[in-house]
Design a protein around this ligand. Structure first.
Ligand SMILES: [Zn+2]
Ligand SMILES: [Zn+2]
Length: 321
């Protein structure tokens, strides 16, 4: 037990551990149920429960809120409807992914992985917040690279990532409407991102548990298809949220980073988002104008090359004659 206290007090941000009190009572609850909480199944089960509970309100809004003007005005693509047959297909894949891949993986972890050691002290709120945002940045970076490759390599797009792009207008369930191979990578990135932060800053198990649930919430947030006034992309700097990822489903060769905006801005793949009610900002209209001009130029260059090749072949033929 002492070792664990030392671990907490000697990590390089040890000053942040002075304020343990705010989360301590919540952490005590975890300690009282140590048998369940220390099990490798705990983060998977809580993330699964979180997934379905966050999805439910969005499912009701999508299916029954078609006449609710107070919320419909915030839909990013207001002309696109979510129907039962469409939703049923998405839910089926979600469930099969859970049964065939997530459940066996969780069981294997339960059998082979040692239980998590739970320290007696809770992390402080500041530590939980910055480590969650930093772990999300790690995941965002890893997935940006994976995502870019799976759009650029035709074989990988056709056989893996195109599944997720069946829907140009996403809904909350589309977050997990993915090929099992994509699910495997996403699971790996999600599980290991807090380890990266943990290597140099020490990551409390509670921070990790919260992160597994946090990723579920932000993944659903990215796919809901609404631009509501309280959503994090409205106030969190560099966070793209639903509006940015919705644009990725509309224009798949843009906005590869799933959560933050800076990676796409650095690599020139950022497309300004469409907002509530399908509103296009001046920034987006300018982007579309430039993109159209770029496409036109490429088309003309391609045609010129084709014409040149044709003329060259005719010249060669006439020379031979
Ligand atoms: Zn998506
Ligand atoms: Zn994509």
């Amino acid at each position: 037990m002492e070792d664990i206290c030392d671990y907490n007090e000697t990590n390089f941000l040890s000053w942040t551990h002075k304020d343990y009190r705010l989360l301590q009572s919540l952490w005590e609850l975890h300690l009282k149920n140590e048998y369940y909480v220390s099990s490798p199944l705990y983060p998977v089960v809580t993330a699964g429960l979180m997934y379905f509970s966050v999805l439910m309100p969005w499912t009701i809004i999508d299916l029954y809120g078609k006449e609710w003007k107070w919320i419909r005005k915030y839909k990013i693509q207001p002309d696109k409807e979510v129907t039962w047959p469409m939703l049923w297909k998405v839910i089926s894949r979600n469930c099969w992914n859970m049964i065939l891949y997530v459940a066996p993986y969780a069981t294997a972890e339960w059998i082979w992985r040692a239980p998590t050691v739970l320290p007696p002290l809770a992390p402080c709120v500041f530590e939980v917040v910055w480590q969650n945002l930093a772990s999300l940045a790690v995941l965002d970076f890893e997935f940006f690279i994976w995502h870019y490759i799976h759009h650029k390599v035709r074989f990988l797009y056709k056989h893996v990532h195109s599944v997720h792009h069946e829907y140009q207008s996403p809904n909350a369930w589309v977050a997990q409407y993915i090929h099992p191979y994509e699910l495997l990578w996403l699971g790996l990135f999600t599980a290991t991102s807090p380890w990266v932060i943990g290597w140099f800053a020490g990551c409390h198990p509670m921070t990790n548990f919260i992160f597994q649930n946090f990723v579920v919430v932000v993944s659903i947030d990215a796919h809901v298809g609404y631009d509501l006034p309280f959503m994090p992309h409205r106030w969190l700097p560099f966070y793209g949220g639903s509006v940015k990822h919705d644009m990725h489903h509309q224009k798949p060769l843009t906005n590869y980073a799933p959560f933050y905006t800076y990676m796409d801005q650095i690599f020139g793949t950022y497309c300004p988002p469409q907002l509530a009610g399908g509103y296009k900002t001046k920034e987006l209209l300018d982007w579309e104008k430039k993109d159209k001009a770029k496409r036109q130029k490429l088309k003309e260059e391609k045609e010129a090359k084709k014409r040149m090749a044709f003329l060259q072949s005719r010249y060669m033929d006439s020379e031979l004659k």
